[in-house]
Design a binder for this molecule. Sequence first.
Ligand SMILES: O=c1ccn([C@@H]2O[C@H](COP(=O)(O)OP(=O)(O)O[C@H]3O[C@H](CO)[C@@H](O)[C@H](O)[C@H]3O)[C@@H](O)[C@H]2O)c(=O)[nH]1
Length: 480
Amino acid sequence: MWFPTFGAWLNEEMAVCESRSRKPEPHAVIVPFPVQGHINPMMHLAHNLASNGFIITFVNTVYNNSGTVKAHRKWSSELGEAGNERVCFRAIPDGLPEDDMRTDFARLARVTETAMPPSLQKLIQEINDEEEHQVTCLIADFFAPWALDVAQQFHIQTAGFWPGIIAAYALIYHMPDLMARGSIPSNGIPKKQEMVKYFAHMPSLCSANLPWLIGSEADKEFRFQFWLRSISRFRHLRWIVCNSFHDLEMDIINTFPKEAGICSIGPLIPQTAQKETETEKEECLQWLDRQKRGCVIYVSFGSSVVLKEKEVEQLAEGLEATRRPFLWVLRGVEKFLSVAYLERLRERACMPSWVPQARVLSHPSVGCFLTHCGWNSTLESIAAGVPMLCRPCVADQFLNAAYVVDVWKIGVALKTNSEGIVGKIEIEESVQRIMSSDEVQENSRKLKKCAVDAHARNDIMVGSSSINFNVFLNAMKTNM
Ligand SMILES: O=c1ccn([C@@H]2O[C@H](COP(=O)(O)OP(=O)(O)O[C@H]3O[C@H](CO)[C@@H](O)[C@H](O)[C@H]3O)[C@@H](O)[C@H]2O)c(=O)[nH]1
């Protein structure tokens, strides 16, 4: 028979006592819809929670895991936050074949809805069985509603995450009223194309540009039903964390009853690097350093919009005609540009395939942003005080653009021609208009201050997003 020595026995007993007395730490599982515009703000939320004592399991798909981990490493070293080591990435399959480009939202939403829940369930079970700190809560992207059903099986508390403009959430939240009033038909697809004011506090929107109206008729209907299914689950949650801020969408936030749980904590965007040597700096930032203050046109269409060849050609000519320096993120459209063009503009333009956008926008040389108005791009531009030239293409981008142009008055709309594209002259004239508009420049400066104030936490004031985040944080910690 084996007898432990007294020392070994004592050590074991002490270890047991220590682990019993150690307080369990809050452990949040974060589930984004697996596309860039959703992962980025949720990763920022993850960082904020980790810096405030949470352990984070960030759920990626096998397809996007390595890119996300790489971005996190870069980002966390820039932020220098000690808590970032507390973020752990786990990858589960999304159900699509490896070689699928995953550009079709409807297909991705359909497949993930059935493929991901069993793997998420297994993952949480494994964490609870093997790790020191059990999962205490789950934060699900509105576009990954299936994650809420998994959380329910574990009886953990849940919160929702809305990655876009709150006004778009208002459209779906108030859908029963909108349908009863006849503003939106029961299949979500309006019969007539007309300008509609869906709410008193929302700018008019063309009925053909409602955020779920993308692709074929079947796709539109699928998306609308998907939104309706999702809202039926999210409407009962106590917290809907939103990437926006109170002063930006005050009027629309006030249309929600308290039980809707709207909690604006934005803008959730990457910070600029604190220290950096010249050689570490991205080439595009070095190029910006060489340009005059407020002169550069920054052009980018986010991670999913692809312009037609004809529009790329018009854009190229329009930018050239402005006679200004420009930084254009090409992301694959270089095949539509001639060698002669690239050669001619070599001195005046910088055309990489990717840039650290938040840092580009906060560079003093940038004077305006020609954008597709994806919500993250819009917020990053607001936070940097950069006026926008709006070329919305799909989904919520039309609503975002309407706010930029008609409500906040920090940008101008680029008009499409009879072929549905923006022509060269429209670009040239709009750049001139925005660069010389004192009103737009002044409004952009004011809104930038509001965005900074939202996160303020000092002796003089505490911003609305800081307050909301703290309330949310404490609720998630205390209800463990
Ligand atoms: O060279 C680049 C290009 C993009 N980005 C970043 O990528 C993100 C792009 O996000 P967003 O501007 O929201 O565009 P999409 O990727 O197109 O976003 C999708 O998701 C958004 C949030 O739901 C929606 O508003 C959009 O309509 C939808 O297309 C932003 O954070 C950019 O800073 C870079 O850092 N560098």
